[in-house]
Design a binder for this molecule. Structure first.
Ligand code: HMS
Length: 233
């Protein structure tokens, strides 16, 4: 594959960034051995950079990441791509503000996914970050774009930038790969706290009005624009 020099530079930067970010997810305990993946859109190039198949975060290197097009076709790689490459590509094609995706099987969030239960919005940090509940998507087979289709479908009716895929794990979307990683960390934090709260009794809800006010205020002070609804193509 021959890329323009500026695209080559961007790809090299994103390869380093995705390798570092995935290593960090491992050190935080969000990805254990090879139970997740991460990707970045390459700006203005219809390409993405994604972690390779079955990689332990301790072992990832920039050279080991995979460059693919936005249909999941591998363009440059030493290793096979993540089995989710077509799903990440589908999300980038349909959510134009998404520039990073992180997938984890983090324990508490995945426990909610196994129960097919959304995490209710009962924390101010959830209102800030997710603008409501963290929804659950349906069971989807892995290996093609099925998971991506469901991510786009579910997130089109929620403000949350994360979705729990039933019997599977977390997919977090961000305006940058680092934002997606932050969303994945927040998702696990929320799932853990709400789970522990439920062991003590029934969590007290936050009204929709207050959730809206908190979310709007957070957007104003953080400068994070909301991800616009997905477009269907
Ligand atoms: O969730 C699953 C399998 O259950 C996969 O997405 C996960 O293990 C990561 O797979 P990849 O190593 O990215 O192919």
């Amino acid at each position: 594959m021959t890329l323009a020099r500026d695209v080559t530079t961007r790809v090299a930067e994103l390869r380093r960034h995705i390798a570092a970010l995935y290593g960090d997810l491992g050190r935080r305990g969000l990805v254990t051995w090879a139970t997740g993946n991460a990707s970045a859109r390459v700006p203005d190039a219809d390409l993405l950079v994604i972690t390779p198949l079955g990689i332990n975060p301790d072992d990832i290197t920039p050279e080991g990441t995979v460059v693919a097009d936005l249909h999941g076709n591998v363009m440059d790689a030493e290793l096979p791509p993540s089995s989710d490459v077509e799903s990440h590509a589908y999300v980038y094609r349909h959510m134009h503000q998404a520039n990073g995706i992180v997938h984890t099987h983090s324990t508490y969030a995945t426990a909610w996914a196994v129960r097919n239960e959304s995490v209710p919005c009962v924390l101010t940090m959830m209102a800030n970050e997710f603008g409501g509940e963290i929804p659950v998507g349906p069971f989807s087979l892995i290996g093609d774009d099925s998971v991506g289709r469901q991510i786009v479908e579910v997130l089109s009716t929620h403000r949350s930038p994360a979705v729990l895929m039933r019997n599977h794990g977390v997919y977090a979307i961000g305006a940058t790969p680092r934002d997606a990683a932050r969303v994945a960390v927040m998702c696990e934090e929320a799932a853990r706290t709400v789970h522990i709260s439920r062991q003590l009794g029934e969590p007290v809800e936050i009204s929709r009005l207050l959730v809206n006010a908190l979310h709007a205020h957070h957007r104003d002070i953080s400068g994070q624009p909301p991800l616009p609804p997905p477009t269907r193509r």
